[in-house]
Structure formats: C-alpha cells, structure tokens
Write a protein that binds this ligand. Structure first.
Ligand code: FAD
Length: 287
C-alpha cells in the first residue's frame, strides 16, 4: 500500500527506521529484530540504503521483501542517487515492482571521499522526478528542520525542498533534532512556501556518548542545555544514560504528538528495546 494513501486514511502513529546488517552477514541476522518490531505494529518500516557497490547486491530490497511478505508490515526502501546512474535506478525500481514494494525514500546521498559522483543525478529532486516519470511509486523525501549541513542558509534549504515537493515527493521525513522548536519553526517555513504534504519528524534517542559525538558532528543537530546536562551527568554510567536518553526522547515525542504532527518516525538503530520502550510509553497517547 502506498503511504500517501495511508496518510489520507488515518493520522499515522509510529514508524521505524532500520539499517541492513553488514555486507558479510546473513539476512537472517536481522530477523529477531524484525520480529519484535513487527509485533509493535508500526505503520511502516523504512530500510536505509548503504550507498556503494551494485544495487542488486544491496540488502535493502531483500529486507523490504521480508518485512512485507513474512511480517506483513509496509516497507519503505531508501535509495540514493549521487553515485548511481539511470541504469542502476532502473534495476532497483524493477526489483521494487517485482517484490510489490510501493514506497521509496528518494535521497541524494552523501559525497563519498575519493569517489567522483556519477553524472545522471545531482539532487534528490532529480531522482524523484525520474522515478515519477517511469513508475507508480509513492515517493518520500528527506528534510532538515535545522537546515541541511551543506546549505549555508536554512531559508535557502527550504526553497530547495520546495523543488523536491514540486518534483513529486508526497511526504517528508525529517532528520533528527533535539529541540522541537526547530521543527515547529520549520513547519511554519513550509506553510509559507505552500508545502502542505505530511511531514513526519524523525526522532532518535541518544543513549551512549560515542553516538552523541558522531551525531552532533555528522548531522549538525543543535544540543539544548537541558540535553547537555544529561550527557555530562551520565556519560560514565551507560545504564543511566540509556534511560535518561529514552526519557528525553519520550518527552520530545509526547510534545510533538500533542502539537498534531503527522506521526513519529523512530530511528531505532536496530535496537528493538528502543522501539519497545517508546511504543509502551506512548501506547495511550498515539491512537
Ligand atoms: P537533496 O535534497 O538533494 O539536498 C542536498 C543539498 O543540496 C541541500 O543542501 C539542498 O539545500 C541542496 N539542493 C537541493 N536541490 C538544489 C538545487 N536545485 N540547487 C541547489 N542546491 C540544491 N543517506 C544514505 O546514504 N542512505 C540512507 O538510507 C539515508 N537515509 C536518510 C533518511 C532521512 C530521513 C534523511 C533526512 C537523510 C537520509 N540520508 C541517507 C542522508 C542523506 O543522503 C544526506 O543528508 C544527503 O547529504 C542529502 O540528501 P537529500 O536527499 O536531502 O539531498
């Protein structure tokens, strides 16, 4: 089922994002994780795409097929385009059709050190337009409440986002953020630009200090003082940090739901315990 139809029918609740197991591991390695996550009955599960290598060898599509056929949850495959050409995208889309996968998060992807990008696509909007011109998928796009790190101006980044929506994106999923005010302000900016498709906030609990360092440098999320106090206080106590990180995220999620967001997309980091704790905490809050 296309997610655009689901969003029309009901206010979405919870969706999850997972990443495929490492290249040399087995597909079955992820099954225990999927089993627990599917039991929580998410609206859909997004599967990230690790750019590099041939699209046929990428496990994203196979996992999506497993999620759909064995666990009966709607999958959304991610796809990046900077390092691929139209032929690769055709191959990926053909596999999507073969496995009955209706939803794709169309992304540009990050520049890879020492590798010149291919020439067919420069931006995600071009991938969206290409997919829309040939197939009947529901296409989602990524968005950045604090602005994309490469774009000097947050306003300009929102103008660029409009190009993606005009190209055919039917819903948006955001990069993680730790201060909801960025998201609310971002939504205002989208309203001003006439962007009125569903925008689902992407939320990740920060539950260990290595992940915290990586996250703040990679995606440039601002660190609120309230959050920094938690990190400073519990960084040497992993169990306490895990709990504190989950509580912080849960209060963020409750505030977002109260403001009427289009669902919550949880970056699970393939940790069923994270998905389970959040789902339990908001059971009576999300319909
Ligand atoms: P774009 O929308 O193309 O934007 C990239 C930059 O170009 C921005 O700065 C934008 O302002 C600018 N821009 C866009 N259009 C124009 C234009 N016409 N003219 C000038 N400038 C323009 N990466 C992976 O490798 N695999 C994944 O599975 C993955 N999943 C993700 C899931 C989500 C929800 C998000 C938010 C990101 C994900 N990423 C993933 C990361 C993503 O690939 C990077 O953030 C990448 O740097 C940008 O991708 P994009 O699709 O947002 O790019």
């Amino acid at each position: 089922m296309k997610l655009s139809e689901l969003y029309k029918k009901q206010k979405p609740g919870l969706s999850f994002e997972i990443f495929p197991p490492k290249r040399d591991s087995f597909l079955s390695d992820i099954e225990p994780t999927l089993e627990i996550m599917a039991d929580l009955k998410p609206d859909y599960i997004g599967i990230t795409f690790g750019a590099g290598g041939s699209v046929a060898n990428n496990k994203t599509i196979e996992i999506a097929r497993l999620i759909k056929e064995k666990y009966h949850v709607e999958p959304m495959v991610h796809m990046t385009c900077l390092n691929y050409n139209k032929k690769d995208i055709d191959e990926y889309a053909t596999m999507m059709v073969e496995y009955g996968i209706d939803n794709c998060l169309a992304l540009r992807g990050d520049r890879r050190e020492g590798e010149a990008p291919k020439r067919d696509f420069a931006y995600a909007s071009e991938l969206t337009a290409y997919l829309k011109s040939k197939w009947d998928f529901c296409i989602a796009g990524g968005c950045y409440p604090e602005g994309h790190p490469e774009c000097g101006s947050r306003k300009k980044d929102m103008d660029n986002l409009k190009k993606k929506v005009d190209a055919g994106d039917e819903l948006l999923i955001s990069q993680l953020f730790l201060d909801n005010e960025f998201f609310y302000d971002f939504k205002k900016g989208l309203d001003e630009r006439g962007i009125n498709i569903p925008v689902t906030p992407g939320i990740m609990p920060v539950i260990n200090s290595a992940q915290f360092e990586k996250m703040s440098t990679l995606c440039g999320a601002s660190i609120p003082a309230r959050f920094r106090r938690i990190m400073d206080r519990y960084e040497d106590r992993p169990d306490a940090l895990f709990d504190a990180g989950l509580y912080y995220m849960t209060s963020q999620v409750i505030d977002l739901i109260a403001s009427g967001t289009d669902g919550i997309h949880l970056y699970t980091m393939n940790r069923p315990s994270v998905a389970k704790r959040l789902a339990e905490a908001i059971r009576t809050i999300v319909p």
